[in-house]
Ligand binder design. Sequence first.
Ligand code: NDP
Ligand code: DXP
Ligand code: MN
Length: 355
Amino acid sequence: MILLGSTGSIGVNTLAIAKKYNLNVEVLVAGRNIELLNQQIKEFNPKKVVVGFESDIKFVNHTNVTFGEEAILEAIENSSSQTVVNALVGFLGLKPTLKAIECGKKVALANKESLVVAGKFINQEKLSPIDSEHFGLWYLLQDKEIESMTITASGGSFRDYPLENLKNVSIKEALNHPNWKMGNKITIDSATMTNKIFELIEAAWLFNTNKIDAIIERKSLIHALVNFKDGSTTAHIANASMQLPIAYAILGKVDEEILKPVDLVEVGSFEFQKIEQERYPLWEYKNEILNNLDLGVILNASNEVAVEKFLNGKIGFLDISKITIKALEKFYDIKANSIDDIFRIDKEVRNYCGA
Ligand SMILES: NC(=O)C1=CN([C@@H]2O[C@H](COP(=O)(O)OP(=O)(O)OC[C@H]3O[C@@H](n4cnc5c(N)ncnc54)[C@H](OP(=O)(O)O)[C@@H]3O)[C@@H](O)[C@H]2O)C=CC1
Ligand SMILES: CC(=O)[C@@H](O)[C@H](O)COP(=O)(O)O
Ligand SMILES: [Mn+2]
């Protein structure tokens, strides 16, 4: 396989699956965590390595190392592996997704931003999502009339904070997710509920529906629910680990134990809550976004700018949603007619948000 983002949370879990199934890792792509990358090179012996920055090449223990976005695309094109696991974070992941598809490779897609910004232009024939909720929906779907689908949200780092405290929360607090250990960007997206809006967009493209909603399930053990026309609802329950969705996205079918089953007696109870606009202001725009998926590129670009500013200590937590909402209102009538439009609009929105 070609693994993009090997040193991240999904990357590390992907390598655990590669090890379990003795899968060949032909290419490793990482950003700046060269120490971990060197450990991965030693263990998985890839033919080719790509890093984010030229200045890091000299620290990488490998004879075939290149750097930067173009090098990632070249590595995809020139490798013989037929599977690309895209675990890059953000808009950076889009071109590699498009390149992998163009090369006819199978794409195991964790980089949800690819679908959020450009779902309309992505051929899904050889694409399998890694996101836990979408894996859950896929697992539940059967050949029956469906009424609607539901995905769950944990509520994020501030689900129990008094609303008046949200203005002054720290970066450290924001990065303290209640249930999942993930990269910084998605952890902030979870706290603002932007991650769940992304996932609704992702589901809309993957399952060709706008009958999709989300509720809070505080333990992140139920990942998705399907509501059938006959009045029954089925739920996907699994422990909070990405190794199960990753294994399915790569292998297609899994019969061995990947996770310990959930012990329902030990769990005792599940608690569900409505997603409130007071705590998650972006939620007010959910229907508008679902009815106009072209807004995905606006939301993503403004959110990337805002999250970066927050993580650099330049703005407060509540400013993230203010920036994304302002961008949505400014660009509400945008239309993307081609993939080139996506790159143009992304740039325009970033400029507007002061990138
Ligand atoms: N984590 C999770 O459980 C889930 C994640 N996802 C999605 O999966 C994607 C990855 O998330 P996650 O693993 O949490 O993110 P992380 O931040 O943990 O990992 C991101 C990876 O991308 C690499 N990277 C960053 N910038 C560059 C660059 N310029 N060039 C090359 N590599 C780069 C990082 O390298 P380095 O660290 O070396 O700098 C790292 O390997 C996101 O789109 C996220 O939304 C979806 C569902 C669940
Ligand atoms: C593991 C996974 O799929 C994440 O997208 C997770 O769902 C994020 O947690 P939230 O439910 O808090 O957004
Ligand atoms: Mn998810």
